[in-house]
Design a protein around this ligand. Structure first.
Ligand code: NAP
Length: 478
C-alpha cells in the first residue's frame, strides 16, 4: 500500500525521514511505513488550524454541511476498499470492518444534517429593559486523539461534529492504525475541505500530545482511549483550562434474568463479547446469569462458541481475527491464569490459537465458577475472555454490576418491562442496553460516567461538546 506521505498540514501531504512501520496483526507482515512526526509538525498543524478557524467558523452551517455530505458519499462508495485497509492494519473480520466504515460514514451524514441546526436561545428577561440571548459558537482549534480498536468510526465520531460546529482539527491517530486515518483525511480533502481545517500528524504520541496540551491555541482535547491516558490529559490540560471530551475504558456487565429469552441472550452476549475479538470499550467483560437459567444459558453458550471461526480477518467466514499485539495476548493469559489459580473452570478455549498463522490469536474462552476477587471481574480484559457468574437476587446482581470505577455500558436481558426500567435506572452507567448490545448510533449520545469519561459523542449532544454558549445581554432604551 502506498502511504509515502502521511502528515497533512495546511492542505499539503508530507513525508519525513523518520518513519514507523504498520504491521498486519494476523500475519505480522509489514503493511506500510508512515511518517513519525512530533513537536514541530504538531506546532505547524496547530498554527494552520488556528488560521483556518477564522474563515471556517464564518461559513454558514449549510456551506460546511455540503462538504460533510460529499465526504459521506465518498466514504460509502469506497466502503469495501476502506474495510480491507482497516482489516489489514487492525485485524477485525472484513464484514465488521466494512460495517465500521459504514458506521463511520453515518457520523458524517448526521453532522452534515446538524451543521445548520445549532440553535441559540432567547431568554425572557425578568427586567423589562433587557433582552437576553444565548449564541452557540465554535470552541476553536480541537486536538483529536484516537485509538486503534475502531480506527475509522472513532475519528468521524469526533471530527464530524467538530467540523459541523465550525471548529478546526489536528488529528493524531493510533500508531497501529494510521492508514484508516489517512484515508479519511484524503476523503475530506477530495470532498473540498479548505486547507488547514483538518490536519493530521502521525508519530510520537507524547510529543504530539504534549504540544497540543501546552498550546494555548488548542481549546479542546477530544480523546478516546484508556482511562490512564485520559487522566494524564485531564491533569495536563489544567494550565490552559482546556475543554475536554473523554471516552475512556469500560468494564461492562451483562445481567441475564430468569425471564430472559435465553436464545436471544446467548446470541447477543456472544456478539457483545467477541465482536472485534473483545477489543471494544463497551463489550461484555463479565456476565451474571440467574441461577434458574444458568444451565441452559451455559450449554447454549458453549455450543455457539465452538462454532466461532478464528483466522485472518480477510478470509471468508472469519468470526474472530487476531488481537492487536502480543501485549494484548499476554493480558488475556494473565487474566485466565489468575482466574484458574483462584478456582475458575475453563469451559471452552483457554489457549493461544495456532492455526498456522504468525499473528496474535487467542481462542474464544468461557470461564465459570468465577469469584469477585479475580482480575477478570475487576479489570478491562480487552480480549476474548468471558467469565460467567450466577446470582439469585436482583439487587445483588445490580450491586455487583455497579461495584466498579468504570461506568460506560451495561446490558440486561429480561422480557419484563418494569424490571427493565427499574434496573436500567439503578445501573450506574452512561449507556444501558436492554435486550440490545449495539448501542452506538450517530443520532444517540454515547459516553461514560465515573472513570469511563466525560462528555458525549453522537446526536445533538455530541455537537454541544464543540460549541461554547455565549450569553449576550442587551440593555434597551425606554
Ligand atoms: P491508549 O493507550 O490510551 O491510546 C489511545 C491513544 O492515545 C493512542 O493514539 C495513543 O498513542 C495516544 N496516547 C497515549 N499516550 C498519550 C499521551 N501521553 N499524549 C497523547 N496521546 C497519547 O488506548 P488504546 O490502547 O489505544 O485503546 C484502548 C482503550 O480505549 C481501552 O481502554 C478502551 O476501553 C478505550 N476505548 C474507549 C472508547 C469509548 O468510547 N469510551 C472507545 C474505544 C476505546 P500511542 O499508542 O502512540 O501511545
Amino acid at each position: 500500500m502506498t502511504y509515502d506521505k502521511s502528515i497533512f498540514i495546511n492542505g499539503t501531504w508530507r513525508d519525513l525521514k523518520e518513519t514507523e512501520t504498520v504491521y498486519n496483526p494476523a500475519t505480522l507482515e509489514p503493511v506500510a511505513k508512515v511518517a513519525y512526526g512530533g513537536k514541530a509538525e504538531t506546532e505547524e498543524a496547530i498554527a494552520a488550524a488556528l488560521k483556518a478557524f477564522k474563515t471556517w467558523r464564518e461559513m454558514t452551517g449549510r456551506e460546511r454541511s455540503g462538504i460533510l455530505y460529499k465526504a459521506h458519499e465518498l466514504m460509502l462508495e469506497d466502503a469495501e476498499r476502506l474495510g480491507e485497509i482497516l482489516t489489514t492494519e487492525q485485524g477485525k473480520p472484513l464484514k465488521e470492518a466494512i460495517g465500521e466504515v459504514k458506521g463511520a460514514a453515518s457520523f458524517l451524514l448526521w453532522y452534515a444534517e446538524e451543521a445548520s441546526r445549532t440553535y441559540g436561545e432567547w431568554i425572557p428577561s425578568s427586567a423589562r429593559s433587557k433582552r437576553l440571548l444565548v449564541i452557540p459558537q465554535p470552541v476553536g482549534v480541537v486536538g483529536a486523539i484516537t485509538p486503534w480498536n475502531f480506527p475509522a468510526s472513532m475519528i468521524t465520531r469526533k471530527i464530524a461534529p467538530a467540523l459541523a460546529a465550525g471548529c478546526t482539527v489536528v488529528l493524531k491517530p493510533a500508531p497501529e492504525t494510521p492508514l484508516s486515518a489517512i484515508e479519511i483525511v484524503r476523503i475530506l480533502e477530495k470532498a473540498g475541505m479548505p486547507s488547514g481545517v483538518v490536519n493530521l500528524v502521525t508519530g510520537d504520541a507524547e510529543a504530539i500530545g504534549n504540544t497540543m496540551l501546552t498550546s494555548k491555541d488548542v481549546r479542546l482535547i477530544t480523546f478516546t482511549g484508556s482511562t490512564e491516558v485520559g487522566k494524564h490529559l485531564m491533569r495536563e490540560s489544567a494550565d490552559h483550562v482546556k475543554k475536554l471530551s473523554l471516552e475512556l475504558g469500560g468494564h461492562a456487565p451483562i445481567i441475564v434474568f430468569d425471564d430472559a429469552d435465553i436464545d436471544k441472550a446467548v446470541s447477543l452476549a456472544l456478539a457483545s463479547k467477541f465482536r472485534n475479538n473483545g477489543q471494544t470499550c463497551i463489550c461484555a467483560n463479565r456476565v451474571y446469569v440467574h441461577e434458574a437459567v444458568k444451565q441452559t444459558f451455559n450449554q447454549k453458550l458453549t455450543e455457539k462458541v465452538a462454532q466461532l471461526k478464528i483466522g485472518d480477518g480477510l478470509a471468508e467466514g472469519t468470526d474472530l481475527g487476531p488481537l492487536i499485539n502480543e501485549q494484548a495476548v499476554q493480558k488475556v493469559q494473565v487474566h485466565l491464569e489468575d482466574a484458574a489459580a483462584k478456582g475458575a473452570s475453563i469451559v471452552s478455549g483457554g489457549e493461544k490459537w495456532n492455526g498456522g498463522m504468525a499473528g496474535h490469536f487467542y481462542q474464544p474462552t468461557i470461564l465459570s465458577e468465577v469469584t469477585d476477587d479475580m482480575l477478570v471481574m475487576n479489570e478491562e480484559t480487552f480480549g476474548p475472555l468471558m467469565p460467567v457468574q450466577t446470582f439469585r437476587d436482583e439487587d445483588v446482581a445490580v450491586a455487583k454490576a455497579n461495584d466498579t470505577d468504570y461506568g460506560l455500558a451495561a446490558y440486561i436481558f429480561t422480557e419484563t418491562t418494569s424490571r427493565a426500567i427499574r434496573v436500567a435506572e439503578k445501573l450506574e452507567y452512561g449507556i444501558v442496553g436492554v435486550n440490545d448490545v449495539f448501542p452506538a448510533a450517530a443520532e444517540a449520545p454515547f459516553g461514560g460516567i465515573k472513570q469511563s469519561g466525560v462528555g458525549k459523542e453522537g446526536g445533538h449532544h455530541g455537537m454541544d461538546e464543540f460549541l461554547e454558549k455565549k450569553y449576550v445581554t442587551i440593555g434597551m432604551e425606554d
